[in-house]
Design a protein around this ligand. Structure first.
Ligand SMILES: Cc1ncc(COP(=O)(O)O)c(C=O)c1O
Length: 392
């Protein structure tokens, strides 16, 4: 087992003021690792009930990380002080001297925030310290595959399906699968635990590995494996989305979850530039999917989604929603959807592992159906929430 000793000091000082009332505040962050779990204990000695104060002034930051033997132990300490003129600055951390961290957490004084710990080729490390070679074929060619897995209540949601798709993507790209199913599960669980459980988005990437740059597969190469985590702020978000449509400029194997995503990136940026959430892609007059989502429509009392062909990614959420429709007795067709039909739909939904199932209320500036989430989606949400509650 490899481990790290980490030490960081962050000092910033300046003036904090809200209106006429000066605020005394002192914040500290203490990071520790025990049992392989990294935690950040974040405290604030400022007066309780105050909104967060603004810190103006000079910031000083020092951070470093040091590997020591094989003991799983790391400590980091950081201090941030802010003050208003004319007030006495309290001693750093004085409020906590006689309190243990659990009590502070219960009282709401102390927030426990997990750090972002990633797994890279056998080592757990803070994400910002994770490095791969510039000769990695993921970097040079986008020669890799990936998965994004939602985690609810500390458990990977529909994990089996994500791992099946990962295995399929690796086989399709002829990248050696470095792990058994059980090993993948253990590695993912390790990252989930080190990031504090709860709700997260796991990002898992496997590239062909590092070698001198030649297009053909190098011999004797071992895959690069990265597993990282991001917080999942709003699980089961239902915020309505506005989208645009664009011609699908991608390759013909969109069923492979490849890291070569420049087409998707350019297409998604167009919706971002237009102030919209997603770009729906149309090829030969037929709707295929979103830049990073699948598409469903409701029309004439039937749910429809384009069939899973190489022209689109067979989304895990897409399949799950198809099953929810069956449970809800909603008739569903996996069928071609001409662009006109999309614009004329009663409801449009987009689905993805981290976005969940979102109602689309506007396409290219025109409202969809009644301009708000429709009754079919409400039924799906009811089932989804029930499933989610049972799962967590
Ligand atoms: C192109 C594309 N289609 C569909 C999806 C939805 O797939 P899933 O539900 O498995 O997240 C994604 C997710 O990232 C995607 O990138």
């Amino acid at each position: 087992m490899s481990s790290v000793f980490g030490f960081a000091i962050i000092l910033s000082s300046g003036i904090a003021a809200r209106g006429n009332a000066g605020i005394l505040a002192c914040e500290f962050t203490f990071t520790s690792v025990s049992d392989g779990l990294f935690y950040v204990f974040n405290g604030n000695t400022g007066r309780q009930g105050r909104p967060p104060h603004q810190v103006l002034g000079i910031h000083f930051r020092f951070s470093g990380i040091l590997a020591i033997d094989d003991r799983d132990f790391a400590v980091a300490f950081s201090v941030r002080i802010s003050m208003a003129p004319g007030r006495v600055v309290p001693k750093i951390g004085s409020q906590y001297r006689n309190k243990n961290t659990r009590e502070c957490a219960r009282n709401g004084i102390l927030r426990i925030i997990p750090m972002n710990i990633a797994y890279l080729n056998g080592v757990h490390t803070p994400l910002e310290k994770a490095c791969v070679s510039v000769l990695d074929r993921g970097f040079l060619f986008g020669d890799g595959v990936y998965e994004v897995i939602p985690v609810y209540g500390g458990k990977g949601f529909l994990l089996d399906r994500h791992l099946t798709r990962l295995e399929n993507s690796l086989a399709a790209t002829r990248i050696e699968n470095p792990h058994t199913r059980a090993q993948w599960e253990a590695l993912i669980d390790g990252v989930i635990r080190r990031n504090g459980g709860g709700n997260q988005g796991i990002y898992l990437q496997v590239t062909r590995g590092s070698a001198p740059r030649l297009h053909a597969f190098p011999k004797d190469i071992s895959p690069t494996v990265l597993i990282s985590s991001q917080p999942l702020a709003i699980p089961l978000d239902t915020t309505p989305a506005k989208v645009i449509t664009r011609s699908d400029i991608r390759w013909e194997r969109c069923d492979i979850k490849s890291t070569s995503l420049i087409g998707n990136v350019l297409l998604r940026q167009e919706s971002t530039d237009a102030g919209c959430l997603e770009t729906i892609l149309v090829r030969d007059g037929q709707v295929k999917e979103g830049a990073a989502s699948n598409v469903f429509i409701v029309r004439g009392g039937r749910v429809m989604t384009p069939p899973a062909t190489p022209a689109l990614l067979g989304g895990v959420t897409r399949k799950f929603v198809i099953e929810l429709c069956a449970t809800a007795n909603l008739p569903l067709d996996e069928t071609d959807i001409p662009e006109d039909m999309l614009r004329d739909a009663d409801e449009v939904w987009i689905t993805g592992s981290l976005m969940g199932i979102l109602p689309v209320i506007e396409i290219d500036g025109s409202p969809v159906g009644i301009g708000r989430p429709g009754p079919f989606l409400e039924r799906i949400y009811t089932l989804f929430r029930r499933y989610w509650q049972d799962f967590t």
